[in-house]
Design a protein around this ligand. Structure first.
Ligand SMILES: Nc1ncnc2c1ncn2[C@@H]1O[C@H](COP(=O)(O)OP(=O)(O)OP(=O)(O)O)[C@@H](O)[C@H]1O
Length: 266
């Protein structure tokens, strides 16, 4: 089930002291099953607005966001929630994403309950433990009873990843999924997203981090001031950028010149 975005425009209304903001200005994007695509660009370029609009969390001023044949942007309420079931979001800010009153077990179990996966409580417990171990919250028994405030920022981020991937979603929207993680855990989470892609799911990852995106993504989309200024395979975009803004981004990350944009494990 592919994700197709056509002519997407997102405006945020004016607030006291500032005018309306056009955060996304005519974006077209296609994500096929089995693809790992990265959106890169500086802060404020509209990346998260796209992720949020896909999930129904940001206003769509005009344009289409289709999953298969269904235009998500045209649906409201229960139908919209149902149509978005194949999608899961890993949010940038785990403080906002996690209900502070729920235990880690409940937070990771919740998507299984919503999707009616895992027949018995015991089966769900086993799957939650496996998911926690996979994101490095190990041994799972030490973490499952804690509440979000009893975790570090990086551990909260991993709870978000476990909760998103436990249902094996067809499309994962990952908004800065490793920004709060140290290098050793970062690779593990990225490999999990890559494993989801290898199972035939689609992954859209939003990041500031061009080297990481180049290493894991098949394709890169470069955004600047609400527009896509360049897109292509990771090798093309990093090895032979056509837009001056992409070159500026590359110059700002000199390590990339020394790092090949190879796929993980190669
Ligand atoms: N809820 C909102 N209300 C008003 N303006 C918003 C809102 N969310 C984002 N914006 C504005 O829209 C523009 C794009 O923001 P967005 O968060 O999509 O960018 P981004 O590329 O994801 O940035 P970052 O990398 O810092 O997360 C910015 O000018 C931002 O201030």
């Amino acid at each position: 089930m592919g994700l197709n975005i056509r002519d997407l425009v997102i405006d945020y209304p004016a607030r006291r002291g500032s005018g309306a903001t056009r955060a996304v200005d005519g974006v077209n994007l296609h994500l096929d099953r089995g693809e790992f695509v990265g959106i890169v660009g500086e802060s404020g370029s509209g990346k998260s607005s796209i992720a949020n609009a896909i999930m129904g969390l940001a206003p769509v001023t005009s344009g289409e966001i289709s999953l298969g044949d269904t235009n998500l942007a045209a649906l409201r309420g229960k139908r919209a929630r149902h149509a978005r079931r194949p999608l899961q979001l890993v949010m940038q800010d785990p403080f906002e994403a996690l209900d502070p009153h729920l235990s880690v077990h409940r937070l990771v179990e919740e998507p299984l309950v919503v999707h009616k996966l895992g027949r018995s409580r015991e089966e769900r417990r086993t799957r939650v433990r496996e998911a926690l171990e996979q994101v490095g919250l190990s041994p799972a028994e030490d973490f499952e009873g804690r509440r979000p405030h009893e975790l570090s920022g990086g551990q909260r981020q991993r709870v978000c990843v476990a909760a998103a991937l436990i249902v094996d979603p067809h499309v994962v929207i990952a908004d800065e999924p490793v920004s709060m993680l140290d290098v050793s855990v970062r690779a593990g989470v990225l490999h999990m997203l890559d494993a989801s892609r290898r199972r035939g799911n689609a992954v859209l990852m939003i990041t500031h981090d061009l080297p990481t995106a180049a290493a894991f993504c098949d394709r890169l989309i470069v955004m600047h001031q609400g527009r896509i200024v360049e897109q292509g395979t990771s090798l093309q975009v990093v090895g032979n950028p056509s837009h001056h803004y992409t070159r500026e981004l590359l110059d700002a990350t000199p390590a990339l010149g020394r790092q090949s944009a190879s796929v993980p494990g190669s």
